[in-house]
Design a protein around this ligand. Sequence first.
Ligand code: SF4
Length: 645
Amino acid sequence: MGQNLAEKIISAHLLSGDMAPGSEIGLKIDQTLTQDATGTMAYLEFEAIGIPRVKTEKSVAYIDHNTLQSGFENADDHKYTQTVAKKIGVDFSRPGNGICHQVHLERYGVPGKTLIGSDSHTPTGGGIGMLAIGAGGLDVAVAMGGGAYYIPMPRVIKVELTGALRPCVSAKDIILAVLRELSVKGGVGAVIEYAGEGVATLSVPERATITNMGAELGATTSIFPSDEITRQFLAAQGREGDFTPLAPDADARYDRVLTVDLGALEPLAACPHSPDNVKPVGELGGIPVDQVCIGSCTNSSLYDMLKVARILKGKTVHPNVSLTISPGSKQVFTMLAENGALADMIAAGARVLECACGPCIGMGQSPKSGGVSLRTFNRNFEGRSGTADAQVYLVSPETAAWSALQGVISDPTEIGDLGGIEMPARFLVNDNLLVAPAAPEEAGAVEVVRGPNIKPYPKTEPLCDHLKKEVVLKVGDNITTDHIMPAGAKVLPYRSNVPKISEFCFTACDPEFPARCKEKQGGIIVGGQNYGQGSSREHAALAPLYLGVKAVIAQSFARIHKANLVNAGILPLEFADAADYEALSLGDELEIVGLIDALKEGGRLTVKNNTRGTQFAVRAELSERQVEMLLCGGLLDYTKKMSER
Ligand code: SF4
């Protein structure tokens, strides 16, 4: 039987496991990336493991999330990251160089390689044929130290692209169509593999838009073949030597096949407040718009920006609209400046921001109360913009730019043909904001600078056999990592300071949660379906760890968050009968005895509700390795123990 693309890369990197779907596999990781909001903790964890230099082929630390510098905190973080990267052998991408995924695609991505990143949109690298997966910071730290990265062997869903896009319908509309079909849970446990004649009609950045937003499907990752288009992209980056052709075997098997006819697609929008709440833009026409934000790792390539500039050229942004544009990288920004497109944007009234995440992570440009914001980003969860009641729609660059001119949500196919956008055969390559690490023989002399915002990894405890704790929080379905650990300008500066950031944990759902946890000395969280969806941020596990949370009992978990809970030494349990969720209340005292044996013997457990005199069944879907980790107190202690053997 032939192999699909995912199986080919996995089998070439397999360190443990037999590739049976759902069973745990260990992968050799070639490259890692971090961004500043998760990276400081990842490097603190790497230091705590005690390995002096990274063992990966390439590891890169990006500064892109927190660039406001509104206090000393993130300046402390940046200095720490810069100095620790120099010491341990990691490239450092300075603030101003661009968004991690855009820069990584341009300067580091290599078809057929494995990449994990402490950012859930790491699958952007699938656009260039990498097996690129978002992971917790601790997983990245372990991989930097040469350890395997473990995931359940994914199912592989093939998305067959037929035909070609019509003018002003774009790659963003393709992934929105897939999200409409599969939903935010449809990719869980799966790799989404793109194939078909439509693939050749898409450039690498367009493919990367699609794989980037595959994260919103809950997918392990998404991937495109590496073909002549990939070769041309690498050649334009002066990296043709990194090209390898990659394609599935003709008789490859897939778990499911979905077909998308590109020619039949129309402009789409993900409506508030979920990326899968997708409707045709034509049906939304006439909704007044307050703000339009163009950029983010989803839509900030040169191609995206040139299309936007073409639409804006010679026009003026509607008086009721604030339009911001953030180019994805210094390379894109420079090329826009060189070819005059930047002048067209500025002349039209766009507010051009630096090449960073910016509004996407709530770092500035929050909409007005109840405001309508059209964004080319990938997430529109409630409150992510920094305004709790904002109405955020996710759209293509064409829809965003055209609507910014009209003042209402507008279908860009009204424009007709934009005309050919000529892409240069050679990009302007200038890596002067990428700082190489010290040579191994000089690393000892590098001083790692730790300002007062840099606090150590929180204290962990091995799992105990007898758990008796109160329910300190009960939440519903689709709780995101933004609910658990908000982002935004007030909170982001404390990502390297877990005691401080814990004061914000779950406060969007229940402002009393941190104080209650402290008073009760921790407890158990109860959740509904898809608990922990969204980003890879391990602070959504580290803050509960610091507050003393011992277990989360949910109807189901999002993949990365569940792994992060285990990494932090918090036990994730699933209701055997989802209906038992209803019978639990805040303050109920829950008790589990014989925990350790039950975990080792298949993970079937009984939870007594002492407050109500009832009991219910739960299961721990954990590998032997994960059980061992919990018995050590989490991945950090487990890794130290293994390296001492
Ligand atoms: Fe940055 Fe937004 Fe992309 Fe996250 S999703 S990496 S915050 S641009």
